[in-house]
Design a protein around this ligand. Sequence first.
Ligand SMILES: C[S@@+](CC[C@H](N)C(=O)[O-])C[C@H]1O[C@@H](n2cnc3c(N)ncnc32)[C@H](O)[C@@H]1O
Length: 431
Amino acid sequence: MNRTRFKSDDRDDPRAVAAGIITEWLAEPDHFPERSLSRVKRNRAFVTELVYGVVRRLLTLEWIENQFMSHSPPRPVQAILHIGVYQLIFMDDVEEYAAVHESVGLAEEGWRGLINAVLRRVQRERTFVLRRLSRAELTARYSFPDELVRRWTRHYGETDTARLCEWHNEPPQTCVRPDPRRIDAPAFEARCREAGIELVPHPFRARDRCFVLPRGVAVPDVPGYREGLFTIQDPSTLTAVDLLDPQPGETVLDACAAPGGKLQVMAARMNGEGRLVAMEKHADRVDRLRENLERTRDGWVELRIADATEPPSPEEQETFDAILLDVPCTNTGVLRRRADARWRFSPARLKKLNRLQTALLDAALPRLRPGGRLVYSTCSLEEEENEKLLRGWVSGHPDAHFAKARKNFPPRSHSDGSYAALVRKIPREDS
Ligand SMILES: C[S@@+](CC[C@H](N)C(=O)[O-])C[C@H]1O[C@@H](n2cnc3c(N)ncnc32)[C@H](O)[C@@H]1O
């Protein structure tokens, strides 16, 4: 059977489209499904749910299918089975008959018997399957790679690991933060209510208030979107900015700035007074950053496409009062938002990122004036790129002093996972 050919290879059939994308992803797991999804024009919501659902629940789906068959069929058949089982187990709003019948119809003749047999058994024995699944190992139960489950169990224990896995499998919330320069939180809530949008205050404690958008409300439909009255922000992102505490009149650097979530909060806190420099290495990410700043009327922020691991020029030495270093990381605190990221985690990738994170810290310190503040932050839960890396780096730099750190661990934090540490550069007379 061809890698991506299906019996009903029909651009209008959402299941066929999803099966095609999943087959490609099974062959090349590093190929991001969102690129293929961005080309889908029809039934996009359903295709997206099938693709992300299967990508997220892959190990669970394989575990269920393996209860009813003894060897693995070719990839296109696996994709059809995954789509069928996903609908039967996880999609309450899909008719079981359609889930089975339409999935079987996607396959070439020779594979239909197998697909039909497996899907019918899953349909008939659903309750029994779910009961067995609830007692299965965490990897199968929540569909996480063994590497992550083992390291989380070691650090956080089995109960918290199970809760974390459950959290990462839930659909992410969209949160918004009214910009206090333009509107206060009660007035923003009232404007949304008038527009028929009932916001839910987010329980996370930070200086700025965040609200959860009801499901199905598109961000551009929220009042004040075009006027830049709010930013789209998981509240965990506020921790790093709260720790850095940029002040009006200061000279501040955001060294890894795109797409600009934390930068927008810093711009609001500085209120156009002082200098705020946004550095970003990847030019293709700067357009989105610029758009975000234009929406919140923060054109005063200086954008610079540059590699923040490069040492500063002589004029830039010790110029900044405060630096935010929101480094690239393994993203293990935000897996809810990236269905495929759990499969990309590996110790080798973590080590490679550690080299970049250390190089970014090394190049940031000489840019900071003595007495200045640096916040190192990630959206990771792994100590090797959080507390361990930061403590090790500080101990090798006598002019850096570790002040404090905060970690947001979902679901306890009710937010995405993140880590942020405040480091002070020791003033010269003390060093
Ligand atoms: C975690 S993201 C930053 C998120 C951003 N702070 C926010 O709140 O929206 C890390 C960013 O660093 C950028 N980056 C990676 N290596 C870099 C480097 N050597 N110099 C500057 N930026 C870099 C990436 O392209 C990415 O946009």
